[in-house]
Design a protein around this ligand. Structure first.
Ligand code: NDP
Length: 336
């Protein structure tokens, strides 16, 4: 059994030596338990937070513990009546080949799900985040303008496409011409602006001639600076993530802009609401059938970047925080 543990806590951007690959015995399931073998491991931005011991909404991974993460696994051996050998399950077994579980927290995907890895993306946590953040907090209305960054990732791509279904103008922000082209041509965004462009703020303003009614916040930093002056009165900001800040070790240089933000929030009656998707757990049943239909009939498109081999997880994860992934980042840990 190969597994990656957290070797040390990063300062700033994580590096390869913050992770350590270990070999352990394959665990044996006791009565009531199942033995799981990982096929797919999800890599997500929140893992950067778990590597740090700064106070947050969830406990950090302890040094020398297995890195956390959602997985799609096969049941190799079952001593639990709810699971059969060969079943696919959505689990939370982390960066390793094998794990045992008593079944709690597992979602049985059955013996032959169509796209098992989608449970880590558009039909799972990131898709659910997009759906609830946009519909519950963003409250999109026909004809409004929505802006979302990380527009080709699993959250942003889904946000933009739902906004289009709801009759909004969807403007994406992404890193580089290829991602921007994909957002417009494949995902159906009305426009997509490259945040690396020197005139990013001007291009964003030009793409939002009627201002911004919903800014789905995924990244913060420079993108938010460009968005703030364009926000309309009564704009909504579902505050989902701030990935541009996750490796920061200090506040950015420059004048303190908190007064500007608060002033704008007051004058424009902005609604800024942070959310963590766990809070919506009870509404998964609303999301799942709807999103399954949208994916099945092609209204929502979904792109994965699948990297082969558990040994490549640290590099892939570090790259994701710099935008090297193009689509939902998934590690193929083992064979089907
Ligand atoms: P992505 O696959 O979209 O990966 C992150 C992307 O962020 C990168 O690909 C990159 O895209 C972009 N990015 C990184 N650094 C910067 C930067 N400095 N400026 C602008 N963009 C940057 O991840 P997800 O779709 O899984 O997650 C998107 C966001 O949603 C994250 O902030 C995440 O933490 C948050 N999230 C929050 C949840 C919640 O419960 N609140 C649940 C799930 C996700 P590009 O190359 O296009 O810039």
């Amino acid at each position: 059994n190969r597994r990656f543990v957290l070797a040390s806590r990063p300062e700033g951007a994580p590096a390869a030596d913050n992770f350590r690959l270990e070999q352990t015995e394959i665990p044996q399931p006791a009565d009531g338990e199942v033995l799981l073998r990982s096929v797919y491991l999800s890599l997500d931005p929140y893992m950067r937070g778990r590597m740090s011991d700064a106070p947050s909404y969830a406990e950090p991974v302890a040094v020398d513990d297995v890195m956390c993460g959602a997985t799609v696994c096969r049941v190799v051996e079952s001593r639990n009546e709810h699971f059969g050998k060969g079943d696919w399950v959505l689990a939370y077994t982390g960066w390793q080949d094998y794990a045992v579980s008593d079944g709690s927290g597992l979602m049985n995907l059955g013996p032959s799900p169509q796209n098992p890895s989608y449970a880590l993306g558009v039909l799972g946590m990131p898709g659910f985040t997009a759906y609830m953040g946009l519909l519950d907090i963003g409250e999109p209305k026909e004809g409004e303008t929505l802006v979302v960054a990380a527009a080709t990732g699993p959250v942003g791509a889904t946000v933009g496409q739902i906004a289009r279904i709801r009759g909004c103008r969807a403007v994406g922000v992404a890193g580089g011409a290829e991602k921007c082209r994909y957002a417009v041509e494949e995902l159906g965004f009305d426009a997509c602006i490259d945040h690396y462009a020197d005139d990013f703020a001007e291009q964003l303003a030009a793409a939002c001639p009627d201002g911004i009614d919903i800014y789905f916040e995924n990244v913060g930093g420079k993108v938010f600076d460009g968005v703030l002056p364009l926000l309309n009165t009564f704009a909504r900001i579902p505050l989902c993530g701030l990935v541009s800040q996750y490796n920061a070790t200090s506040l950015p240089k420059g004048p303190d802009r908190l007064g500007l933000l608060m002033g704008q929030a007051l004058i424009k009656r902005l609604k800024i609401q942070g959310f963590i998707i766990f809070d919506y757990e009870k509404r998964f049943g609303e999301f799942f059938p709807q999103m399954s239909d949208w994916v099945a009939d092609g209204q929502i498109k979904y792109r994965e970047e699948i990297v082969d081999g558990l040994e490549n997880a640290p590099e892939a994860f570090i790259g994701m925080l710099e935008g090297k992934n193009f689509g939902k980042l998934v590690i193929r840990v083992g064979d089907d």
